[in-house]
Design a protein around this ligand. Structure first.
Ligand code: PHE
Length: 465
């Protein structure tokens, strides 16, 4: 029998500094998940109860698992599949752990497929806002405009294609080439613009209602479905559980603090999500809109604000441009694990790997377009009646199942399979207590919390029949 050498000699590039890693990982985390998805999930989850559970999940699950992903990636310096393979080999664990890497790659494709469609909507809204389409339109008309747009498969397909081409080009060039510079500029501007939008919203008359909605916890709304959704959203928003952060961590220079970087990334992501909520909900309440309207929420609310404010064409256009950039820096991290794997083990160049992976995600994306267009069909899934077909299936399966499952396995592997001396050496935490806390949370707290929720998801129907 031929002994397979698990140590692949391919050497990847590294970030030029720790700051570039923090920036890239923040670019991955901050995206449509914060500005498009977080507000509509809060709206559907009943407000404050969802926000509270979300914040608890970010701290108790997000931080330790992000540290674990970076730790694993930096130790092996390979794609997620090969990182799990090499580390399992070195630590005497089963080679089956590489399943985590495969699951992550599959998840990345599924997410990117619908992510790119929504990013395509955002691209389209750049041009519509710039063209003054929303100036002084009433809320019903703005809502109707979105409805007409999203149900036209040909137009949406064109924007989806454009976004996927943009993503593929950046991935093919390697992350360092241009995106790093763009992100350095775009991220701060997006942040400032969000703050400005919050200020605008404060004057819209709906701010008090929005603030209460977001931060007043009505515990009667705390159903298992809401808790599950908030946990899934924490994984999605922090890019955890599928290897995106792992692969970025594998390009991290050796002498960089993992804990410090993690805290910065997580804080930035959380602040952006909360600001998005504070920008969107005042507009919802001031205009008598429906907070639970779903994926269309920001495309119905923000154009109202831009349509009314002075200079709205300019600010609105800028906002959607920045949102495209936020989506772009997330999209590249969704296929980077697969691209790294193809270059390592199949010896393909980055160009070909990027075209193959981007092309595959593009094809899958057509299913999401069909979900919103005339070919939509009804589907009952996980006890939730939905009408958006594949979009909802892909979204629910990744956000609520495969990301948390990947996350739990990463935590278990980092906590139980990696020898303590090794994880301590990699994390380089200054205090002993800090390391003990990480180990305890990673071994017990996060896996138990996520495990309970996943079990509820699978078997919950038997409890409350
Ligand atoms: N975190 C990204 C967002 O919030 C989405 C994402 C999920 C990116 C998983 C990579 C991996 O938009």
């Amino acid at each position: 029998m031929v002994k397979v050498d698990v140590h692949i000699n391919y050497v990847h590039a590294q970030w030029s500094s720790r700051w570039v890693f923090v920036l890239a990982a923040t670019g991955s985390a901050v995206g449509l998940g914060n500005i498009w998805k977080f507000p509509y999930m809060v709206g559907q989850g009943g407000g404050g109860a969802f926000v509270l559970v979300y914040l608890v999940c970010v701290v108790l699950i997000g931080i330790p698992i992000m540290m674990s992903e970076v730790l694993l990636g930096r130790r092996a310096r390979r794609s997620p599949v090969n990182t799990m393979r090499i580390l399992a080999h070195d630590e005497g664990a089963s080679p089956a752990w590489q399943f985590v890497g495969w699951l992550g790659m599959a998840t990345g494709f599924l997410i990117l497929s619908f992510y790119s469609v929504v990013a395509g909507w955002t691209l389209a809204y750049v041009f519509r806002t710039a063209g003054g389409v929303f100036a002084l339109q009433n809320p019903e008309r703005i809502k109707a405009l979105f409805g007409v747009f999203v149900t036209d498969p040909h137009t949406v397909l064109a924007w989806h294609t454009l976004f996927m081409v943009m993503t593929t080009i950046i991935v093919a060039r390697g992350v360092q080439a241009g995106l790093e510079k763009a992100v350095k500029f775009m991220m701060p501007v997006l942040f400032i613009l969000l703050l400005a939008l919050v200020f605008y919203s404060m004057g819209s008359g709906g701010f008090d209602a929005a603030f209460k909605f977001l931060f007043k916890t009505d515990f009667s709304k705390l159903t298992p479905v809401v808790i599950l959704g908030a946990m899934g959203q924490a994984f999605f928003s922090l890019s955890l559980g599928m290897g995106a952060i792992l692969i970025y961590g594998s390009y991290l220079p050796q002498q960089s603090s993992i804990a410090g970087s993690t805290i910065m990334i997580v804080s930035a992501d959380t602040v952006v999500a909360l600001l998005a909520g504070l920008a969107v909900f005042p507009i919802v309440f001031a205009n008598g809109l429906e907070p639970a309207s779903g994926p269309s929420l920001i495309f119905e609310t923000l154009p109202i604000a831009f349509g009314q404010m002075p200079g709205g064409v300019f600010w609105g256009t800028l906002f959607f441009v920045l949102l495209v950039f936020a989506a772009w820096t997330s999209a590249i991290s969704l296929i980077e694990p697969a691209v790294a794997w193809l270059t390592e083990t199949r010896g393909l160049g980055r160009m070909l790997s990027a075209v193959l992976t981007g092309g595959f995600a593009w094809l899958l994306g057509i299913l999401t377009i069909m979900s919103f267009s005339d070919w939509a069909f009804s589907f009952r899934f996980l006890g939730v009646a939905k009408t958006n077909g594949f979009f909802d299936i892909f979204d629910l399966v990744t956000t609520n199942i495969t990301l948390p499952l990947g996350g739990i396995l990463i935590a278990l592997f980092a906590g139980w399979k990696i020898q303590r001396e090794h994880s301590r050496e990699e994390l380089q935490l200054r205090s002993h207590a800090g390391f003990q806390i990480w180990l305890f949370v990673t071994r017990f707290v996060s896996p138990v919390l996520v495990g309970m929720l996943l079990l509820y998801l699978l078997f919950g129907q038997y409890f409350n029949a």
